[in-house]
Design a binder for this molecule. Structure first.
Ligand code: MN
Length: 437
């Protein structure tokens, strides 16, 4: 599965890509949609390299490309990522290989492609493609257990959890690309001790540290994907913040699950890190002793060997006061996607198992990724133990839940001996005050 594009020694002629802490070395090559900041140009597809973007519209026009590559560059140069997302794995590898060679040190395309770079600081990022459907899973068992304890102390993990990759259908219209600012939601909640609900701005606004998976070709209605198809059919991964109004959620979630508590905003990072780029960071999938094995439709040898992905995750916060004083964002927690209870392939296989058709560009949230230890919660609900133990921040502030002006930053990277570190960029969002009543 590994090829020359993963060679840790490979360097780029784009110097910033060679910095050891760059998220976007030549081994990464994530896709995103962008335009020049402040312009109303049509969106273009680009590839992040160091602190630059390779503009694929200009790149197609500036120099010749190898056999078979131009036909795939054509839709990309028109701002369309979906044809490549739906393409067979061999095509995705062909494009990765072409881009890797073009951006590698010593490339004879370099003199032409130098003219096709735009600094990321001068770009405005957009949704990488039109998303048809968004589904949010619940694969973080440590999150499910910790939150379950708060809602149901004697029955934290419901009996279906270890059998079914649980999910709900989310809202596409309120998905946004980092950096996103959104208005604090207003909703119905039942205050502690009250007998009747109130309606007003959420007082328990929270974030959720997640990843988002983009579907590749998808499946026809009534024709579920098996695990092998599911593993081959996801295109790539972004960071995802599933902003959540906990007071609204607690009152509305039974019996049909989250609704308005999560439909007001969801932020994703702009660069899709491809399945191919993540190859060196795959890890075995296993169940703890005593837990049930996945049912046969969710099991496959390849999933057991390498179903998981080692992605280190981090959440940071910068309050308005910190920003005013020039204090850098402070870390709230760290965790790893390797600890997820269900793999990406299992999410796709389960989603399609009843006959539901997944479509190119559909987005699947992984659910909050919390670590096993206290302090590794992927939400404030967990870190503050339901609001009872406020989290201390630099400068003496504390947080049980988010306040207006708070900015949350999600980051992720993959690291392994013998491989080049790659990163996801960041997923940044800021809470604006609720609309005046
Ligand atoms: Mn979620």
């Amino acid at each position: 599965m590994l090829d020359a594009t993963h060679d840790a020694a490979l360097r780029s002629w784009v110097e910033s890509a060679n910095a050891p802490d760059s998220d976007f070395p030549v081994q990464n090559l994530p896709y995103g949609a962008f335009r020049r900041k402040g312009s109303d140009e049509p969106l273009r597809i680009g590839v992040a390299i160091g602190d630059q973007i390779l503009d694929l519209k200009l790149a197609r026009a500036q120099c010749p490309w190898g056999p078979g590559v131009d036909e795939w560059l054509a839709p990309l140069s028109e701002g369309q990522l979906k044809p490549l997302m739906a393409a067979p794995a061999a095509t995705r590898r062909l494009m990765r290989s072409a881009l890797s060679q073009a951006l590698a040190e010593g490339s004879d395309q370099a003199p032409f492609l130098e003219l096709c770079l735009l600094p990321q600081a001068q770009a405005e990022m957009a949704m990488p493609c039109a998303i048809g459907d968004y589904t949010d899973f619940f694969t973080g068992i440590h999150h499910a257990t910790a939150v379950g304890k708060l809602f149901r102390p004697d029955n934290p993990l419901l009996p279906n959890y270890k059998w079914v990759p649980i999910a709900y259908h989310g809202r596409v219209s309120s998905l946004g690309v980092s950096p996103q600012a959104f208005v604090r939601p207003t909703g119905q909640s039942l205050p502690p001790g009250a007998t009747e609900p109130r309606f007003g701005p959420s007082q328990r606004l929270d974030y959720e540290l997640e990843l988002g998976v983009f579907v590749g070709a998808g499946n026809a209605l009534g024709e579920p994907m098996d695990m092998a198809q599911a593993e081959a059919d996801w295109f790539g991964i972004v960071l995802l913040n599933d902003w959540s109004a906990r007071d609204v959620q607690a009152w509305e979630y039974q019996p049909l699950g989250p609704f308005l508590a999560k439909s007001f905003a969801t932020t994703i990072s702009p660069w899709i890190v491809t399945r191919e780029a993540l190859e060196p960071f795959r890890a075995p999938f296993s169940r703890p002793a005593g837990d049930p094995q996945p049912l046969p439709y969710l099991d496959a040898p390849a999933n057991r060997e390498r179903g998981q992905i080692d992605i280190a995750l981090q959440v940071l916060i910068q309050t308005e006061a910190m920003r005013a004083q020039g204090v850098a964002p402070a870390e709230l927690s760290r965790s790893n996607f390797r600890d997820a209870y269900w793999s990406v392939a299992q999410m796709l296989a389960h989603h399609s198992s009843g006959g539901c058709n997944l479509q190119t560009g559909d987005l699947l949230g992984t659910g909050t990724q919390s670590g096993p230890l206290p302090g590794q919660g992927g939400s404030l609900l967990e870190l503050s133990v339901g609001g009872k133990q406020p989290v201390a921040l630099p400068g003496g502030e504390t947080r049980s839940f988010l306040q207006d002006g708070d900015t949350l930053v999600l980051r992720a990277h993959c690291e392994r001996a013998g491989a080049r570190r790659i990163g996801f960029g960041e997923c940044r969002g800021t809470v604006l005050p609720a609309r005046a009543a």
